[in-house]
Design a protein around this ligand. Structure first.
Ligand code: NAD
Length: 484
């Protein structure tokens, strides 16, 4: 094994998570690279106790002092970018350049966190004669984050810089499939000067998540993962009277109109469906072709044939994921869909045991097919043919998800029509992966997000804090009225 058995990280120390261990794979090679503990509720109790003890000291520091740690952390992320990217690639399977982009997004969200003192100085107003009212943001206390496998470095960073700068202390439960990156982040936070106990990691699966949802000393839970688990976490946390924000899965539609720029559309759709091996909640999963766009589909197929597993396409996360994705393709084919580019059975020389699926383009998919409705989470796109833009919007609107949608056209009017009528939180116009850059916030609609507000940007300030309103009068001479 390349790495030793992973431990939990509690109160600044590496603490064993017990003997119930799960193998951690390099999905590009199929090799076991480490083992991760499936901890129990006692580990959650210890981590929460450490976070609770650290809370008074950390939250009482002025925000301008807390933020200093994150200036250093940002520099450390930048300094260690190559090493962090290599680790992401090793445990997740994505390519090095995709992993670098992930680390750069972590840098960007940390930059936003460094701007929080400028965004959170509250408000003050004389509300009555000699009476002033001011508001301030107070941290919640101990908070928890539960993260998925697909962005081992970035998704923990969606929450931890903002939550911690605002004065909270945290327990992170990373995906058990990619536990290594989170441990490296903990080391960098310590090196940046974060006091022990402010950030803790408990590894594990369902039992740890349930203990987090139930723990009386955890005030808020953020979750990113599949819709199935997002619903469980949201319901269980809020039933325990916690604040919760749970981001779920996606089925993103790209609407392609006949006037779209051929090169730009084909390359954007190809990158969107295959980037990170299609394992992005922003990945294009369905292309709704309006009218005659065969010339664009032809070019898309050409682009896809240049996306080569093991070269510019990483692996999927596991053998189970490969099987699940290939089964979706098999089923669509059996139901009469036409496979234009077939990525099944991909083998990479020298990595024969790796979990690769090549880019796959499936034409003549109909809205009733499973592949048209469900999240596939692989480098696969279904083409649904329609005659009008309204039919395309109807298909997009019928999805239970609502993370992203995009339109490809040269008409400003039609692009605006789609932006207005698509039922999704993030819309792209001639952009296949419309991730809003900071300071704009990330968050979907419908069953892609449970709870209010977005996970990054300004709206995260509200999620990680509660507001206090302080009304003050000092002058005994001040004339009283009905409210003072
Ligand atoms: P997942 O839901 O299987 O796992 C997410 C987390 O939940 C992990 O930490 C896991 O240990 C835990 N978990 C799994 N099963 C559980 C259960 N029964 N009870 C309690 N906890 C459980 O998701 P994943 O496979 O790791 O990630 C892929 C999914 O995440 C996709 O659906 C993708 O769309 C979604 N995702 C969404 C966003 C977004 O912003 N909306 C971002 C990234 C990923």
């Amino acid at each position: 094994m390349k790495y030793p058995i992973i431990t939990n990280f509690i109160n600044g120390e590496n603490i064993t998570g017990g003997n119930n261990l799960l193998d951690v794979y390099n999905p590009q090679t199929g090799e076991i690279i480490s083992k991760v503990p499936l901890s129990n509720s006692l580990s959650v109790d210890s981590a929460v106790a450490a976070a609770k003890e650290a809370f008074p000291g950390w939250s009482n520091l002025p925000i301008k002092e807390r933020v200093q740690v994150f200036y250093k952390y940002k520099q450390l992320l930048e300094r260690h970018k190559d090493e962090l990217a290599a680790l992401v690639s090793e445990e997740n399977g994505k390519t090095i350049s995709e992993s670098e982009a992930e680390v750069l997004k972590s840098v960007e969200v940390t930059e936003f966190a460094c701007s929080l003192p400028q965004l959170t100085f509250g408000e003050i107003l004389e509300v009555s004669n000699g009476v002033e009212c001011r508001s301030e943001f107070s941290p919640l206390g101990v908070v928890a984050c539960i993260t998925p496998f697909n962005f081992p470095n970035m998704v923990p960073n969606w929450t931890l810089p903002n939550a911690l700068v605002m004065g909270n202390t945290m327990v992170l439960k990373p995906s058990e499939q990619v536990p290594l990156s989170a441990m490296r982040l903990a080391e960098l936070l310590k090196e940046a000067g974060l006091p022990d106990g402010v950030f803790n990691i408990v590894h594990g699966a369902q039992e740890v998540v349930e203990s987090i949802c139930d723990h009386p000393d955890i005030q808020a839970v953020s979750f990113v993962g599949s819709t199935r688990v997002a619903k469980i976490v949201y319901k269980r946390s809020t039933a325990n009277l916690k604040r919760a924000l749970a981001l779920g899965g996606a089925k993103n539609h790209l609407i392609v109109l006949p006037d779209a720029n051929v090169e730009m559309t084909a390359s954007n759709v190809a990158v969107s469906m295959s980037g990170c091996a299609g394992q992005r909640c922003m990945a294009a999963s369905a292309m709704v072709a309006v009218g005659d766009v065969d010339h664009i589909i032809e070019k898309l197929c050409e682009e896809a044939r240049n996306i080569i597993p093991g070269k510019n396409l990483g692996s999927v996360i596991s053998a189970e994921a490969k099987l699940r994705i290939e089964n979706y393709i098999n089923e669509a084919e059996a139901q009469g869909a036409k496979i234009l580019v077939d990525g099944r059975g991909a083998i990479v020389d020298g990595c024969e045991e790796g979990y690769y699926v090549g880019p796959t383009i499936i034409d003549n998919v109909t809205p009733d097919m499973k592949i048209a409705r469900e999240e596939v989470f692989g480098p696969v796109i279904s083409i649904l043919r329609v005659s009008t833009l309204d039919e395309a919007i109807k298909i997009e609107n019928s999805s239970n998800y609502g993370n992203a949608a995009a339109v490809f056209t040269q008409s400003g009017g039609l692009a605006r029509y789609v932006a207005e009528h698509a039922s999704a939180g993030m819309i792209g116009v001639n952009i296949g992966v419309p991730v809003p850059r900071e300071p704009f916030a990330f968050g979907g609609w419908n069953e892609s997000r449970f709870g209010t507000g977005d996970i990054t940007g300004k709206s995260s300030i509200e999620f990680w804090t509660k507001q206090k309103k302080i009304t003050t009068k000092w002058n005994p001479e001040a004339k009283s009225n009905w409210m003072s």
